[in-house]
Design a protein. Sequence first.
Lengths: 176, 183
Amino acid sequence: MTYIDAAAAPLPLHIVSTSRYGAVVNMFHGDLVNGAAWPANNRALYVPVRLPMAALVARMLLANAGNITGNVDLGVYDEAGTRLTSAGSTARSGVNTVQYLDVTHVQIGPGVYYLGIVASSTVGTFNAIVTTVAINRIEGVLAEDLGATTLPATMTGVTVTQAYVPVFGFTQSATL
Amino acid sequence: MSYSGPVTFPDANALTPFSPESIMYDLMCGGEFQFSNSMTWTANRAVYIPFSLSRPRRVAQIFWVNAATVAGNTDVGVYDEAGTSKLVSTGSTANSGASAIQIVNVTDYILSPGARYWLAIASDSGTHTYYGEVNAVTIARTTDALGCKSQTSAWSSGLPASATFAAGHEQLPLFGFASLATI
């Protein structure tokens, strides 16, 4: 009898905050909402993701809801909080669609990373998973109030007070 | 005492969008985990759902689940990652059997491990209904964020030879393929 060893199944092209690589405890509580308002002007949220293999960060993405007021910045940090790549402050565009933001491509290895997002306006709304503050803290989600809509070179995350996780992340593809 | 190498979880018979090889866990983490009874298709639309494999997988039977209203034709298949090669498909098949699974035997095709693929479904009917997951526009952004794609006017006597990917769609039927000869 012969056996075939398992190969590594490639990571999906899209790695997002609300997936098996991100905030997994949410699946026991979370409900998808159409239009969560951002909690505070220029507040950043950092959502940890765990990657079992290397990935290419080619573009950042977020799921816009019905109000796209303001700017956002999205990026990826290593586990120590050092920014690896980010888009820079970018006007939101595309009501009720997924918006892609170009970044300098960066190859990251297996490990824990933070997806970072900051939004300028509490008027703007996002596709998000409503959860609880407790679950978010258990997941390791962090927050930081920034003075601008630009993710910092080094994140200084503090205890999160939001009870939702926006749907955002990155794709490994420049086109898909 | 000796131990064998790591053992991965055995494959299920069927692979669908709601399988771990596809976006099952991600839909659950995204708060989407309940089937609707029925979704009315948009004529000639195709949807493409990503999946990847860690082991070779046989495509022996292809299936979808009809809801109450049955009309027109369906084609279900698998594309390579680039979407430029349709590897296996049923071809245009008349929908039949209300509120029932419909199964098409295909020539066995072995999908290689270590690769990404697209599970695809299309119909030429604007009245046919499928069983699966649908949630207005909200899930469209979720499936889009998870990398699902769609294509309007895709139908050309069935699924197109080469996919043209656009943003994901809110309709996510229960469909896929099975490795066993009998299901």
